[in-house]
Design a protein around this ligand. Structure first.
Ligand code: NAD
Length: 331
C-alpha cells in the first residue's frame, strides 16, 4: 500500500502534465491520466479511483455519475470554474462530493476586453482584407472607447475584473447583477437589465449558466438594444440564443460579436476537427458574417490559469479524501 490517494484525471492535456507532475507527490496522489473527456464510453477508466478530476467539456450527467458511483468513486473535482456540465442534484443523491476550480479572473477578463476592442475597431475585417493584400480603409472605421458605454452582465470575479480593465479606457460602465457588489461601485453604476440593454454600446456577459441566465440574450432582449451594439460572450454559449444573434448580425442591428463560447461548441472546441468532416452550420454562418470574432473557448488559457486549475482540481480531491470537504466544494 502506497498510502497515496488514487485518482483519475480525465481530459488530461499534455500542457497540464508538468503541473500534474508538480503537485502529484506534494498532495500525496497517485494519478492515472486519461486524455479522453469523461463520458459513458470511458467512465470505466476510473475503476479503482477514489476521486476523478474533470474539465468543463466532460459529461458529468446523472448516468455518468451513477457509473462512477458503481465504480466506488466518491469525489469529482472540476478543474474548470463553470460546472453546468455536472448534475449537482444527482451527485448529491449519490453521495458524490463535487467541487469546481477558482483561479485568477484576469485570464478571462483580459480576453473579454480584447474581444471588445477587436469588434469595436473591426480588427477581424481588417485582418481578412490584409490576407488578400487589400489595405484599404473604407468600412473599417471604429469608435473610441472613451465615447462608449459598456454594459457588464454579471459582476462576480470575472465581471469585476472586466470593469476594472475597462475603467482604464475611460468608458462609462454600467452593470447588472442579481447581487450588487459594494466595492466595484467606485468604477460603475448598477442599473436594471432593460436599461443596460437599451444604453450599452458593448454588452459583455459574465454570469454562470443557470436556468435564470439561459438565453438571457434572445430575440426580445436584442430588440431592446441600441443599433450597432457589440456583444461579447466569454461565459457560456447557452447565455445567447445563437439564432437570434445571427438574425441580429444579419440585419445589422447588432454591429459585431466576440464569442469565445457557443451553444454548439461541445465535441468541437478543443479538438482538431480538420479531418473530421465536421459540419456546424452555426459556426460556418458566424464565420462568414461581418465583424464576428470566434475563438475556441480559450479565454481561460494562460500559463497561470492552467497551473492554478490543475492545483485546484488536485488539492480538492486531496482535501475531500482527508477531511470529507474541500474549499471549493459545491453544496
Ligand atoms: P462568479 O460566480 O464570481 O460571478 C458570477 C456572477 O453572476 C455573480 O455575481 C452572480 O450574482 C451573477 N449572476 C448569477 N445569476 C445571475 C442572473 N440571473 N443575472 C445576473 N447576474 C447573475 O463567476 P466568475 O468566476 O466571474 O465566472 C463567470 C462565468 O464565466 C463562469 O460561471 C463560467 O461559466 C465562465 N468562464 C468561462 C471561461 C472561458 O474560458 N471562456 C473560463 C472561466 C469561467
Amino acid at each position: 500500500m502506497s498510502g497515496k490517494v488514487k485518482i483519475t484525471a480525465f481530459a488530461s492535456r499534455p500542457d497540464e502534465r508538468s503541473s500534474f507532475d508538480l503537485f502529484e507527490d506534494k498532495l500525496g496522489l497517485d494519478i492515472k491520466h486519461v486524455s479522453s473527456q469523461l463520458s459513458l464510453d470511458v467512465v470505466d477508466q476510473a475503476a479503482g479511483s477514489e476521486g476523478v478530476t474533470i474539465l468543463g467539456n466532460c459529461d458529468c450527467s446523472k448516468p455518468v455519475l451513477e457509473a462512477l458511483s458503481k465504480l466506488g468513486v466518491k469525489f469529482v473535482s472540476s478543474r474548470s470554474a463553470g460546472y453546468n456540465n455536472i448534475d449537482v442534484e444527482a451527485a448529491k443523491s449519490l453521495n458524490i462530493k463535487i467541487s469546481n476550480a477558482r483561479y485568477s479572473p484576469n485570464c478571462v477578463a483580459d480576453f473579454a476586453v480584447m474581444l471588445g476592442l477587436m469588434v469595436t475597431r473591426k480588427v477581424i475585417n481588417g485582418l481578412r482584407r490584409n490576407v488578400a493584400n487589400d489595405f484599404s480603409l473604407p468600412g473599417l472605421q471604429g469608435q473610441e472607447m472613451k465615447n462608449l458605454t459598456v454594459g457588464v452582465i454579471g459582476t462576480g470575479r470575472i465581471g469585476q475584473t472586466v470593469i476594472k480593465n475597462y475603467s482604464g479606457f475611460g468608458c462609462k460602465i454600467i452593470g447588472y447583477d442579481v447581487y450588487e457588489n459594494e466595492d466595484i461601485k467606485q468604477y460603475m453604476d448598477y442599473v436594471e437589465l432593460d436599461y443596460l440593454l437599451a444604453n450599452s454600446d458593448i454588452i459583455t456577459l459574465h454570469t454562470p449558466l443557470f436556468d435564470s441566465t439561459y438565453h438571457i440574450i434572445n430575440k426580445e432582449s436584442i430588440s431592446k438594444m441600441k443599433k450597432g451594439v457589440k456583444i461579447i460572450n466569454t461565459a457560456r454559449g447557452e447565455l445567447v440564443d445563437t439564432q437570434a444573434l445571427i438574425e441580429g448580425l444579419k440585419s445589422k442591428h447588432i454591429g459585431g460579436a466576440g464569442l469565445d463560447v457557443l451553444e454548439s461548441e461541445y465535441g468541437i472546441y478543443h479538438s482538431d476537427c480538420r479531418m473530421s468532416g465536421m459540419v456546424n452550420d452555426e459556426i460556418a454562418t458566424l464565420k462568414a458574417l461581418d465583424n464576428v470574432v470566434l475563438t475556441g473557448h480559450m479565454a481561460f488559457y494562460t500559463d497561470q490559469a492552467v497551473e492554478d486549475m490543475v492545483y485546484c482540481g488536485l488539492s480538492s480531491l486531496a482535501q475531500f479524501s482527508k477531511t470529507g470537504t474541500a474549499d471549493f466544494e459545491i453544496k
